[in-house]
Design a protein around this ligand. Structure first.
Ligand SMILES: [Zn+2]
Length: 164
């Protein structure tokens, strides 16, 4: 096994801690820190730094996930509120209640291309009904479904990756 000088060992330590050093380098560093107290100190400091930054990243993701879940819930509440108001004020159109679900389903199936659905549906209704309100309601409710589905998939999708 190659004998390392302290200088070379210290150059290699960050690479070993980050997991990008070659196996040979890693073995040489570990061999060196076993017999050199100064380099061992640096190695331990670097290890702690690495663990701390890993923890920070995980914490960030947790916060982000919580924010996404909260946004998804708020979106759902807003959607229900919009549906209730529209149903009460315009007229009872039960088809409206299916729109967010249709939007969510289109996102699951088509991902970012699903944005075409509210645009086309909104435009179609606008032309058909000759009412801007109908078009906006149609497109808006479909959009809300898409946004909610996107947030939920993003939030819970990450979690699944971490379990692996
Ligand atoms: Zn040394």
């Amino acid at each position: 096994m190659t004998e390392l000088t302290c200088d070379i060992c210290r150059d290699l330590i960050p690479l070993v801690v980050d997991g990008v050093a070659s196996e040979e380098s890693e073995a040489a560093v570990k061999e060196h820190v076993a017999v050199c107290a100064e380099c061992r100190d640096m190695y331990q400091n670097e290890l702690e730094r690495g663990i701390a930054s890993l923890r920070e990243k995980t914490a960030d993701e947790k916060v982000l996930r919580r924010v996404r879940i909260r946004l998804a819930w708020q979106g759902m509440l807003l959607t229900f509120a919009a549906l209730a108001v529209t149903t009460l004020t315009v007229r009872t159109v039960f088809l409206l209640w299916m729109l967010p679900a249709v939007g969510a389903a289109s996102y699951v199936l088509m991902r970012r291309y699903s944005l075409a659905v509210p645009v086309l549906a909104g435009a179609a209704v606008l032309v058909w009904d000759r009412s801007l309100l109908s078009g906006v309601v149609m497109g808006g409710l479909l959009c809300m479904g898409i946004v909610i589905a996107a947030l939920l998939i993003f939030a819970f999708g990450k979690e699944k990756q971490h379990d692996l």
